[in-house]
Design a protein around this ligand. Sequence first.
Ligand SMILES: [Zn+2]
Length: 412
Amino acid sequence: MDKAGFAEWLHGLPAICSHSHHLPDKEHGDLSLAKLLGNSYLSWCGVPVPQGNDEARISAWLNAAGVRSYFVWLEKALMALYHINEPLSAHSWARYDQAIIQAHKDNNWHLTLLMKHCCYKAALLDAYWAPGVDNGHPELFKPVFRVNSLFYGYGQDARDHNGGNFQRTRGSQITDIREYIALVRRALGEAKASGCVAFKCALAYDRDLDFAEGDWDRAQKAFGEHPDKEDIRAFQNIVMGAVCEASAALNLPLQIHTGLGLMDRSDALQLRFLISRHPEVSFILMHGGYPWTADIAGLCHNYPNVWADLCWLPLISTAAAERLLDELIDVCNADRLIWGCDAWTGEESYAARLAFLEVLARVLWRRVDSGMMREEQARRFALMVLHDNALMLVSRAAANGLPLVRQPDNQG
Ligand SMILES: [Zn+2]
């Protein structure tokens, strides 16, 4: 087998996506090119996505964003999915637009993209707009419970970056820290009982990731009229301790966004004391901690309870994903690496899959070529990262109806 054959073989592998924000059904029916781009990472690039067919605007936008990883992979995905041989340009813009609109007249197209084209057997859904939902497709989406709002329950006016406040959501008005933590524990147990397979912490969009041990007296002060920054930190430290304890007790992994976000001490290394205080928690550190990717490799090397989730990273920077994967193979056991698309639409999920398969093909085949890995090890590794490892993780959540794992021996 040569590299091209290996790359082609990768495209047939099943996947369990570790992290997705796939939008509810009703958001896909009227998908156009502009809406698709607006719900992709290209909307984060600082140049507004063109809304009409104005050639000058489209060309200016393509000149600005057209070589970024986000764009390159989405364009490849759209060309493949809609059988268009011409790159996206002012000239082909309407053709892409029409192809997308036409395809989504089939209301199931967005699910077909995930199940057939992305080969998803399941996807962990972080529906931050309604934490814990499965978009009405329990066979495909396994909900995770986003915990951010728990960290903002100290006052009725506090809000996380999604506008969440746990007490307001629950309609409670607790002002005692111990009573509050009891409610948090109850809510996390309920999340598991309702089918959630993991907890997800996206606090890097709200604050830094340095969590000290809790000071209960100080945390109580956060409920006062004018809590200071340290009172709130103490409160959040106590909440993080409770989340970790629940994660261990309920046997649900804790996904933590690391790297980008506010970039205020959001490097994964900030979590090392939290990780060492909770050896019984499976910490899934997301996005390769980009741009501090070496942190993830170091933490995986030292802590057996740390998992590296490469979700989003190949789309942010394919080059960084390649570097980190190569490094992780050196230092991390193969059963602690997973991947997810981290996307809102089926098209961008497919783009993310193409990006990751390219990273896998480049890194693994280079290792086979240079004698650092045997071909059967490369095959086994790819299947583990795409599917088996995530299956093992979420299977712990029990009775979630996930499909049986396909054995590597059957993979050609
Ligand atoms: Zn995400």
